[in-house]
Design a protein around this ligand. Structure first.
Ligand code: SF4
Length: 442
């Protein structure tokens, strides 16, 4: 009996990736293949956040349909499939099985029965879901909640992911402990709005409790929290993260804009003053790494407020910034507002992007000469004599890599921690020399 083969494409965010890993766990009797041609089953876990992501999801489905073998099954899951379930089932004849964001732990049954299904409940993985962790043998994403109680004017996520639904602390702790047993030691905590973690369970500052609990788990050497939300991020939390021996002084807080009127129009809960107070408090922390996200061209954004955003970005110098062009999404409060012409949206996104490229270089140049903790991931794709590594203070993939061009003749083990000296910024690439291999003492 030939081994069944599976090709899975996970699009969108790290939360979607966790759900894809749950599906891989349910389909562990399949051999995972990197190409679609010979696969018996092809799954695309889609993203439906903004136009660009929706387009990528549809194109991925259509391309895989072209490449698939005759009797294979093509499965569409995830946010785009959930958001437009009835239209897609009518129009996308290429797909054999449709499912949304509620059946990840039943994917094996749907494939067995060749049946589409959309559960009304939004699925949230917990410690009982055996995941196949992808992309690393030491780092894993931990999804701590699903859904969102915020009402940002541009975002449709609450419409298809529902209200905030947090995992219990004990469930999170159990999952991490079992991953530590499997050799994992670096964790990134994700959700739609992480700083609201536990509010639906009556926790006041759930992340502070989570940090306390995670710090007690033996074997956890490093961690960070992604997706903080301004109006639910407290000074206590910022201090707690900075004081932690396990959590990196890493602050990922999308603010989307900095102008008071725009923040009000975007329904972001916090205005300019409070948002900047939070950021300044983060910046006051030693070795703080601050990442954010901006939207360019949201309805109501005047030339003045855009200029203000550009000036603020130049002055504050975030370590990393994601710039999004505004995407007009149905079921959002901005949908019926007077829209800014696409040409101006794109021009503003480009201008802001250019500023961000400069501030990112400034952030990188500040690291030259420093001794830092890094983890070596593998041989660099750029050159066989270079090693691809990541400072432990950075998040996986999104913050980039640094290249080790001098190993000081140390024995190299992938997935292990080394002390390294940053020697140079070559273009936008940091270069480093290894100093010593060592086990972080927690
Ligand atoms: S916090 Fe705002 S942008 Fe993020 S998922 Fe919730 S509504 Fe959307």
């Amino acid at each position: 009996m030939n081994e069944k083969t599976l090709h899975l494409v996970s699009l969108g965010c790290t939360k979607n990736l966790v759900d894809s890993e749950v599906m891989l766990g349910r389909l562990s009797d399949y051999k995972i293949v990197d190409t679609p041609e010979g696969a018996d089953v092809i799954i695309v876990n889609t993203c439906g956040f903004i136009d660009a992501a929706k387009e990528e999801s549809i194109n991925t489905i259509l391309n895989l349909h072209e490449e698939r073998k005759e009797d294979s099954l093509l499965v569409m899951s995830g946010c785009l499939s959930e958001r437009y379930k009835s239209d897609l089932q009518k129009e996308l004849k290429e797909v054999d099985i449709f499912t949304g964001v509620g059946d990840y732990d039943k994917i094996d049954e749907l494939i067995e029965l060749k049946k589409s299904n959309y559960s009304s409940e939004v699925f949230l993985a917990d410690e009982t879901n055996e995941r196949v962790i992808t992309g690393s043998n030491y780092h894993a994403y931990i999804k701590i909640a699903e859904g969102c109680n915020q009402a940002c004017s541009f975002c449709a996520i609450p419409h298809f992911k529902g209200k905030l639904h947090s995992r219990t602390l004990s469930s999170v702790v159990k999952e991490i402990a079992s991953l530590v047993d499997r050799g994992f030691w670096d964790f990134s905590f994700v959700s739609q709005d992480s700083s609201s973690y536990g509010m639906d369970m009556g926790l006041k500052d759930g992340l502070v409790d989570l940090i306390d609990a995670v710090e007690k788990i033996e074997g956890v050497k490093s961690a960070r929290i992604l997706y903080l939300y301004p109006s639910t991020t407290t000074f206590e939390l910022i201090d707690k993260i900075a004081e932690s021996k396990v959590f990196q002084t890493y602050y990922d807080m999308p603010i989307q804009h900095c102008d008071d009127d725009m923040l009000r129009t975007m329904k972001r809960g916090f205005g300019e003053v409070k948002t900047k107070e939070l950021l300044d408090h983060m910046k006051s922390k030693e070795d703080a790494f601050i990442r954010t996200t901006f939207i360019a061209g949201h309805p109501g954004e005047s030339e003045e407020s855009f200029k203000e955003l550009c000036e603020f970005t130049k002055e504050f110098v975030f370590d990393r910034v994601n710039v999004f062009s505004y995407s007009n999404e149905e079921e959002t409060s901005a949908f019926d507002m007077e829209q800014i012409p696409q040409k101006i949206i794109d021009k503003r996104a480009k201008m802001l992007g250019d500023i961000v490229n400069e501030t990112t270089l400034t952030s990188l140049s500040k690291m030259v000469g420093k001794d830092i903790d890094i983890v070596i991931d593998n041989v660099s794709e750029e050159h066989e004599y270079l090693l691809s590594a990541r400072p432990l203070s950075w998040a996986v993939e999104v913050d980039g890599e640094l290249l080790v061009n001098d190993t000081s003749d140390l024995t190299i083990e992938f997935g292990k921690v080394y002390k390294a000296k940053i020697t140079e910024l070559a273009g936008s690439q940091l270069l480093a020399t290894l100093v010593e291999k060592y086990e972080p003492i927690i």
